[in-house]
Design a binder for this molecule. Sequence first.
Ligand SMILES: *Cc1c(COP(=O)(O)O)cnc(C)c1O
Length: 404
Amino acid sequence: MKNSLGDLALLGGEPEFDDPIYVGRPTNINREDLFRRLGLALDRQWLTNDGPLCRALEERIADLVSVKHCVAVSSGTVGLQLVIRALGLTGEIIMPSMTFIATAHAARWLGLDPRFCDIDPVTRQIDPDLIGVLVTPRTSAVLGVHLWGRVCDTDRIGAVSETHGLPVFYDAAHAIGCTRSGRPAGGAGAAEVFSLHATKVVGAFEGGAVTTNDDGLAELLRGLRTFGGGGSSPWGGTNAKMSEASAAMGLCSLDVLKKSVEDNQSNLDAYRTYLADIPGLLPPPDLPGEAGNHQYAVVEVFAEETGVDRDLLRQVLLAENIVAKPYFSPPCHLHAPYVAQRPVRLPHTEALAARTLALPTGSAVGTREVRRICSVIRLALSRGRALAERHRSAVSNHRKGPRP
Ligand SMILES: *Cc1c(COP(=O)(O)O)cnc(C)c1O
């Protein structure tokens, strides 16, 4: 247990962990089940192209999120792009900036122009009241994001979009198994897009799943996924199919979803307990009626309270082999190419992005690790001003170099 600032690895102490602890680790899938499913695919010699495992995965996800259709694809990013093509979008698309860069790049890659919307400082989600002012004659859609798995206000976003005659769809990359007011993510707007990337709570090595209640849209998406499927899309089609190997992994990951969520929940509870009395350090509050998969344990570091800002705390943790991630910093509108093309100020997004840190969780981390991580955080923040001072002078001595 570390007691004084000198025990921190950043200031010369021994690292708390011998091996790095990461934010997102694959869930505890059952290997036997994975190998059995892979064996089935090999026996059938049906390795991709809408295979039985892919269809089984689609059925399981459609069931889980109570939506009529699920179209499995090769990644969440490509899933977003299929929806963009299926809806025939061009021109501008309104989306939050507080999201993973893939949300914006998916649209840009197809020649669309993202217009970034600020967040509501209370919910941390895209602010429905700010969507209207971003609408121009070139706007073709609204793309909402369920940030960190908390389902955004699809009712209000849907209402604003309808007022302006715009279709709306959702980046639900973080949100499989998450509900808001008892409704699971997956059924709002024209379509919702889940990511099944290896780091997400349900993983298929690489993969994604588009869910929709619209029969026509589902049909179109299936066609676009398979080189156009002989359909009549002006865009032709692409190859966005999910392989049987990915589907096998996805099914195994779904098999343990309940356990993964329980593990995340117990980690989050432990973070809340061990960090409860730290001034300024807040996990975002739960909304009533909300259920999450808690795949991200995000805290917010308020430098005014403790003297330590997010970047210094991150360095402290990194030195201890605790690989915390500044999700999502910088936010999309400050990334190339967007910042050069159309500089905008999004004060709430910028403030949030500067203070958020995703701490390690997932089934590879347990409450014992969480307690040790929290003890480092508590030490750093309880002597925050002294830590910042010692770090500053260490850095400036380093810059000056040894005396001649
Ligand atoms: C992971 C992620 C994506 C991209 O999903 P991939 O399956 O990796 O392509 C898109 N949006 C958000 C918010 C994500 O976190």
